[in-house]
Design a protein around this ligand. Structure first.
Ligand SMILES: *[C@@H]1O[C@H](CO)[C@@H](O)[C@H](O)[C@H]1NC(C)=O
Ligand SMILES: *[C@@H]1O[C@H](CO)[C@@H](O)[C@H](O)[C@H]1NC(C)=O
Ligand SMILES: *[C@@H]1O[C@H](CO)[C@@H](O)[C@H](O)[C@H]1NC(C)=O
Ligand SMILES: *[C@@H]1O[C@H](CO)[C@@H](O)[C@H](O)[C@H]1NC(C)=O
Length: 349
């Protein structure tokens, strides 16, 4: 057990160091005032992104006067023009990018957590592969989860046709099945520009925060390739999951370090201005923290756009210390209480 947590520490350290090697430090700031999700007044628990044009605020931009044919230009077209003027005026080490970050649709693990209640789920059921009826190890989408992806696809169709949105130039996804499938079901079959096809890249560090739950353990590379043959793997993607460790959990501090590493890797290798990321509740929360965005919790199947300014500094990134995984407490039998007051499993019976 100790050995495997040490092994993780080494693997994680090696991997982050690799992602950082010869790289310069990148600073991220969020350009606010563009989306409702940036504003303190917007309540994440009631906000509906498909009912509100992705949260795009109706406003003028300083670049509107140079926008061709202004009356017939949508808010999204004027935003695209604004971002392009920001990039033209930016210093050589600065750039602006619009990230669309989507959470996967409902998976069997989400349904099971609601069914059993959070304490019984966290302390007992989540460590199993399933319950004989459903499997929640690297779970698939439920029917409800598939319906959510169809809803989001219809939303993108409308954004493309009516709002004239600029679609992503590149797509990234977590290696967990629910994200791979969400990205596939959402973006396959849309009328995307020929030079900006849906060719997602699978990135290990876009995965969910790693706990002892089997829903955090990915399938093998060959399995993923068999089910998603058009998806590309980032360089160095291992055949078997090198990170999930039975009985152990990744400290949240480590999660933010690898979220920064994956963003740096994306920004260092991809000069795109429009990028899509399909990931998880906890991981998008971590990415938002690294970007300096306010906390904005996404329900399953929801997405958030963020306009980011990235500044590459002429110095190496500050050194970081990766903590070893910590043992995760469990109960020998499922706790009977249903409220989430016992996430540390103090209510084992
Ligand atoms: C969001 O609004 C759309 C209508 O635009 C509706 O179809 C959808 O069910 C709403 N989503 C939620 C989660 O309430
Ligand atoms: C934004 O503008 C559109 C189109 O002009 C309009 O349909 C929509 O209601 C406006 N939204 C807000 C929040 O004012
Ligand atoms: C297994 O869990 C699911 C909830 O995810 C539930 O619907 C099903 O009834 C459970 N099966 C058994 C045998 O308890
Ligand atoms: C991404 O960028 C980093 C830093 O510049 C580099 O070390 C790495 O090899 C690049 N990865 C890919 C896949 O190009």
């Amino acid at each position: 057990m100790i050995a495997s947590s040490l092994l993780y520490g080494l693997l994680a350290a090696a991997s982050s160091v690799k992602a950082y090697s010869h790289a310069k430090s990148i600073d991220y700031t969020v350009i606010t005032g563009i989306f409702q999700q940036d504003e303190a007044a917007t309540d994440p628990s009631t906000f509906n992104f498909t009912a509100s044009n992705f949260g795009l605020i109706n406003r003028t931009y300083p670049s509107d006067s140079s926008c061709p044919d202004r009356q017939h230009t949508t808010q999204w077209q004027r935003l695209a023009h604004y971002i392009s003027t920001l990039n033209k005026k930016a210093l050589r080490n600065e750039r602006y990018a619009l990230l669309f970050m989507g959470r996967h649709g409902e998976g069997y693990h989400n349904a099971a957590e609601s069914y059993f209640g959070t304490p019984a789920w966290n302390c007992y059921w989540s460590e199993l592969e399933g319950n004989g009826t459903v499997i929640w190890a690297d779970p698939k989408l439920t029917d409800q989860g598939i319906a959510q992806t169809e809803h989001v696809k219809t939303f993108w169709k409308q954004l493309i046709e009516k709002q004239k949105i600029t679609t992503p130039q590149t797509y990234y996804t977590s290696p967990l099945y629910r994200c791979l499938d969400t990205a596939k079901l959402t973006f396959t079959g849309l009328k995307l520009p020929r030079n900006k096809p849906f060719k997602p890249v699978i990135k290990e560090f876009l995965r969910e925060g790693i706990s002892a739950h089997t829903c955090d353990r990915r399938n093998s590379k060959s399995y993923i390739h068999k089910h998603f043959p058009t998806f590309k793997f980032e360089r160095g993607f291992a055949e078997e999951d090198p990170y999930w460790t039975e009985g152990f959990a990744e400290p949240s501090q480590d999660q933010d370090i690898r979220s920064k590493a994956v963003l740096d890797d994306i920004f260092a290798n991809d000069s795109s201005t429009y990028m899509s990321i399909t990931s998880h509740s906890g991981e998008i929360k971590s990415l938002l923290r690294v970007l300096g965005h306010r906390e904005f919790r996404l329900s399953t199947g929801s997405a958030i756009p963020v306009l980011v300014k990235a500044t590459t500094l002429n110095s190496p990134p500050p050194s970081t210390t990766i903590l070893p995984y910590t043992p995760q407490k469990t109960c020998a039998a499922p706790p009977t209480i249903r409220d989430s007051s016992c996430n540390d499993c103090s209510c084992c019976t």
